[in-house]
Design a protein around this ligand. Structure first.
Ligand code: PMP
Length: 361
């Protein structure tokens, strides 16, 4: 097999090599049927079995209660920013949002197109380096829902707690930390996540919706954006992203083989501990995020001198450490260390960082 680099891309992100090998082996002839999954009707018995298995494995991994629907949708997490108010915010209602960075701000801006939005708290007062505690939030009395992003992929700011929304449905963008550590699904009304980090390839967004939230869409809500339509049709009102769904199913199987979410969380903890420890131990690298809000999945860091960014990235690439450049809006570096990025990748990165510091500090 050709050599696989260590890929620290924020998304589309690294996929487990074993999953890609399995897909490769099944590419031309899926289980003796003589055709590729990409060439199957989504209504065929074979494909429906693939789709149902993927859903069941995800249900097992997250212990999703039976009164939740799992939807395999398109349009990415960005489309959810509109889909959520169209389904859950009455025209005369108000929705509460927490601003912790670029993605939650995008969700806020999109929701504002559809109704009244109360930004109940913002991390702006902390330069987006910390999350305001719930005692600082100004929640509405009768919000249709409370929305937050559990992990800000660009800023590297992550909740290590779950907001207490009382009876208000809690809606969470888990695009970049779903399946990275255990969650209690019953605390949420709606969980959504773009696939291209911890789930599978892009083209798919998974929504986990409590059943009582279905059927509340505005009459103007496009059919394709209506959660109830998707739920009633097994996410096959139209042709779904069949190959992305299949590949996500292979990732779920792989994750089960790793021991599930609890087991991968241990690896994820070891990975982020190693990387933050290396950053904190040096005067050359910095990460400004409050320790209790540091992301397990996306670790931004800066070098002592921005002029060294280019040589750092070039040296990394020469060692097979790819996609470490930070998001254009924040600069510096960012290592995304999702489930498919092993401890060996982080060890290789930390070793390179030490070597680079020795040469340039
Ligand atoms: N939310 C978060 C937290 C993200 O990281 C991203 C993408 N990186 C999005 C939303 C948007 O996802 P998509 O590109 O699938 O629309």
């Amino acid at each position: 097999m050709s050599k696989r680099a260590f890929n620290f891309c924020a998304g589309p992100a690294a996929l487990p090599t074993a999953v890609l090998e399995r897909a490769q082996a099944e590419m031309l002839d899926w289980q003796g049927k003589g055709l590729s999954v990409m060439e199957m009707s989504h209504r065929s018995d074979e494909y429906v079995a693939i789709a149902e298995k993927a859903e069941q494995d995800l249900r097992d991994l997250l212990a999703i209660p039976s009164d939740y629907k799992v939807l395999f949708l398109q349009g990415g997490a960005s489309q959810q920013f509109a889909e959520i108010p169209l389904n859950l915010l009455p025209e005369d209602g108000v929705a509460d949002y927490i601003d912790t960075g670029i993605w939650s701000k995008k969700a806020i801006e999109e929701a504002q197109r559809f109704g009244s939005v109360n930004v109940a708290a913002s991390a702006k007062g902390y330069d987006y380096f910390a999350i305001p505690g719930q005692n600082e939030w100004q929640l509405s009395k009768n919000a249709a829902y409370l929305h937050y992003a559990s992990n800000e992929t660009i800023g590297g700011l992550q909740f290590d707690w779950v907001p207490d929304a009382g009876d208000t449905p809690l809606v969470v963008d888990m695009s970049s930390d779903i399946l990275s550590r255990p969650i209690d699904v019953s605390q949420y009304g709606l969980i959504y996540a773009g696939a291209q980090k911890n789930i599978g390839p892009s083209g798919l967004v998974v929504a986990i919706v409590r059943e009582d939230l279905l059927g509340r869409a505005r009459s103007s809500c496009p059919t394709m954006l209506n959660y109830k339509v998707a739920a009633d049709n097994g996410s096959m009102y139209n042709t779904p992203a069949t190959y992305s769904w299949y590949l996500s199913g292979l990732v779920f199987e792989w994750l089960k083989e790793q021991g599930g979410v609890e087991a991968i969380a241990k690896v994820n903890r070891a990975k982020k501990d190693l990387l933050y420890k290396a950053i904190d131990a040096s005067d050359f690298y910095t990460n400004p995020i409050a320790h209790n809000a540091r992301s397990w999945m996306n670790v931004p860091f800066r070098l002592a001198d921005d002029k060294l960014d280019k040589p750092f990235l070039a040296g990394a690439e020469a060692r097979g450490l790819l996609n470490l450049k930070g998001h254009r809006s924040v600069g510096g570096m960012r290592a995304s260390i999702y489930n498919a990025v092993g401890l060996d990748a982080v060890e290789a990165l930390v070793a390179y960082m030490a070597e680079f510091e020795k040469e340039h500090a």
